[in-house]
Design a protein around this ligand. Structure first.
Ligand code: GTR
Length: 346
């Protein structure tokens, strides 16, 4: 009887410890709990273990940025905070991951501003075509107070933006030859899931099919879409080039990547841990951008030697003219941020 009573008490104590641990670090974090068998908790054990969802493969530049971030968080917290990076969409496609992040079920993620725009409208500005002249212009804006304001604004969507990562420029590619904007007319083109993209494709006289990233290769192979668009590294690692081997270097968008944390998790962290996370995120950016630059070059080389038909665009004017109605129709909605982007021009 006595023994049974002790077991029940032991069980209750363990359950309370789990509950206390969970409430201290967010719903899905896995706290380490002292054993009741008298064993000591090794000093190096993490207090928190969080998950970070990533779409791309382990060697992709965003994943390398995530890993650098996780490593810096571990260092700065003396191993108290552990972040496990899950690449290859193991935790779901970006839209589903963002829903989980809002609930606090996934604590961290790196996503593209493209799908993020359906959760926080401000991020739709990055899907507008040709708003940045080049990478320098884009980064002038992203590193400015106005760029940071967008990250902070994610708080209204139950997340907090920690940093931007590089994603270069996006170009159209198709199973059919592409030499001018006219060639896109009538094609079914896969886009990242947001409204601005649908308007953009419509303005080009084509038909937009919003799909999750993971569904694009199958759709291109099956012919349910004929074309898509992305940067060199995604075109390469997703193997979209196998089904859509004609690429035109129109550079219609520069859609930054965002590293973010669930607001549910954020609010449970101490001020000291919040600082660690913010600093680690900021410090991981240079590394991610270096990885981006070298991977982008390698991907381009790989694609050219794989026999992709690449069309250079000498004059962007016909492209910019074709999509101008989009900018005009969204100018009011994004007035402040578009003004800030104009100001960030060199
Ligand atoms: C990539 C981006 C991914 C994903 C993908 C897409 O450039 O890094 O996160 O959003 O584009 O087109 O879905």
């Amino acid at each position: 009887m006595k023994k049974r009573f002790r077991t029940v008490i032991g069980f209750l104590a363990a359950a309370m410890a789990v509950a206390a641990g969970l409430s201290a670090c967010g719903g899905s974090a896995k706290p380490h709990i002292a054993t009741t068998s008298g064993g000591k908790v090794p000093e190096k054990r993490s207090a928190f273990t969080f998950r970070l969802a990533e779409t791309h493969p382990p060697d992709y530049p965003t994943t390398l940025g995530d890993k650098k971030f996780a490593e810096l968080v571990s260092q700065k917290s003396n191993g108290r905070i552990k972040i496990d990076v899950f690449p290859n969409s193991q935790l779901g496609e970006e839209k589903q991951v963002l829903e989980q992040v809002q609930l606090g079920a996934i604590e961290f993620s790196r996503v593209s501003s493209g799908p993020l725009a359906e959760f926080n409208k401000a991020f739709g500005v990055f899907s507008l075509p040709y708003i940045f002249d080049n990478a320098q212009h884009e980064w002038n804006f992203l590193s400015s107070a106005d760029g940071n304001k967008l990250l902070e604004g994610l708080s209204a969507s139950m997340m907090l933006g920690l940093a931007y990562y590089d994603s270069g420029a996006r170009h159209f590619y198709s199973s059919k030859p592409l030499r001018s904007p006219e060639d896109l007319k009538g094609q079914k083109i896969r886009v990242q899931q947001n409204k601005v993209n649908i308007a953009l494709i419509t303005a080009l006289g084509a038909s937009a099919t919003p799909l999750s990233y993971g569904d694009v290769l199958g759709a291109l192979k099956a012919g349910t879409v004929e074309a898509a668009e992305n940067n060199w590294p995604s075109y390469d690692t997703s193997k979209h080039f196998q089904a859509a081997p004609n690429l035109i270097l129109d550079g219609h968008q520069r859609v930054p990547e965002v590293l973010l944390i669930s607001k549910v998790t954020w609010e449970k962290l101490s001020p000291e841990d919040k600082k660690v996370i913010k600093q680690a995120a900021a410090e991981s950016v240079d590394y991610q951008r270096e990885q981006w630059t070298s991977f982008e070059k390698k991907s381009e080389q790989r694609m050219r030697s794989a026999g992709v038909a690449v069309t250079e665009v000498k004059d962007l004017k016909p492209w910019q003219d074709a999509v101008k109605p989009i900018i005009d129709s969204y100018r009011e909605d994004y007035k402040d941020v578009l003004d800030a982007i104009d100001k960030a021009r060199n």
